[in-house]
Design a binder for this molecule. Structure first.
Ligand code: SF4
Ligand code: ZN
Length: 327
């Protein structure tokens, strides 16, 4: 008989209780249920900086002299990333910029763009704001209307995602940065893993390996993409942004609930509530799978899009396929 796998997270009956005092003696403001740490405001803040620095160093994300663009949407994760990176990179010898993409979502994006601009100004980080309108000649709202007219079934995020990635590439080119840092957190990593697991997309699971595509000269990708906060829970980044009075957009994108991602998020949150730490141990498994996947075949498939000449894994890139549907 096969032995049952042991889940090393705590069930509610084994859960440690929050202590009113942090180990430094100050008042606890945050209880980290997955490892039983009670943290004061300062120790919580320090831990977010430390986790970010540790990931940067462990995965060799930054090199001396890099020009780094932080993709800032104006939400809690990306404003936290900009804030942390502006501190972490002091004296590093790298230059920091913020880049913001305005997809063109009425009643939603304007506020978050303003938040990104306000924070960048406060931190004295130069910011470049570009839009889908600039790059593709339409807003996301307009593109999604066309999709409806043509009765295309793909979700809004499936339309928006490739345009967003291409916009970041184009904005990075304008800024002449060689690294783009995105604010993907631990929850994003797990959700992306499950989405790709359910759709059988091994290549995209490989992309979750933090060291993948960081080989510089030998890579087909000129731009190095890094995720310095991928080991931090989403909930902790929300608390960090709140704790540091960062201006962030608390409303969610009106299109976000169409795909399976929200269902996976809810499922993982429910598991975490019953078994604190389960997300953390799942991340370890995801990294183990992603790093051990063979990449040789995937690399060979990388080619140039016949329409736009961009790096692509097929004859026509995902952006050109999307543009066919919505423009
Ligand atoms: Fe685009 Fe989806 Fe993100 Fe909204 S939630 S900005 S539609 S990718
Ligand atoms: Zn193309």
């Amino acid at each position: 008989m096969q032995a049952e796998n042991v889940i090393t997270t705590r069930t509610s009956s084994q859960r440690q209780k929050a202590s009113p005092q942090c180990r430094c003696g100050n008042k606890t403001v945050y209880f980290r249920a997955y490892n039983g740490e009670s943290l004061c405001a300062k120790c919580f803040n320090d831990s977010i900086f430390e986790k970010t620095k540790k990931a940067i160093s462990k995965y060799d994300m930054l090199h001396y002299g890099d020009k780094v663009g932080i993709a800032v949407s104006g939400g809690k994760d990306s404003t936290s990333l900009l804030y942390v990176m502006s501190e972490v990179m002091k004296g590093h010898g790298s230059k920091l910029y913020a880049l913001t993409i305005d997809e063109g979502i009425e009643g939603y994006r304007d506020e978050s763009v303003q938040n990104a601009e306000r924070l960048a100004e406060k931190l004295s980080v130069p910011i470049l704001v570009c839009s889908y309108q600039d790059f593709f000649g339409f807003t996301l709202d307009e593109a999604l209307e066309k999709r409806k007219d043509r009765q295309v079934k793909s979700t809004s995020c499936a339309v928006c995602g490739p345009l967003r990635r291409r916009s970041i590439d184009l904005a990075a080119e304008k800024l002449d940065v060689n690294v783009v840092a995105t604010a993907h957190n631990l929850d994003d990593m797990l959700q992306t893993f499950y989405i790709n697991l359910y759709s059988g997309d091994l290549e995209r699971i490989k992309w979750l390996d933090p060291s993948f595509k960081q080989q510089g000269k030998n890579s087909e990708f000129k731009l190095r993409r890094i995720k310095p906060m991928f080991e931090i829970y989403e909930q902790e980044l929300a608390f960090f942004a709140y704790q540091n009075n960062l201006p962030f957009q608390s409303e969610s994108c009106p299109y976000m609930n169409e795909g399976i991602r929200t269902e996976i998020r809810n499922h993982l949150n429910a598991l975490e509530a019953r078994h604190p730490g389960i997300k953390y141990s799942t991340l370890k498994t995801v990294l183990g799978i992603a790093t051990s996947l063979e990449i040789g075949d995937a690399r060979k498939r990388i080619t140039r899009c016949e329409k736009c000449g961009s790096v692509s894994t097929g004859p026509i890139c995902s952006v050109c396929l999307t543009l066919d549907v919505v423009s």
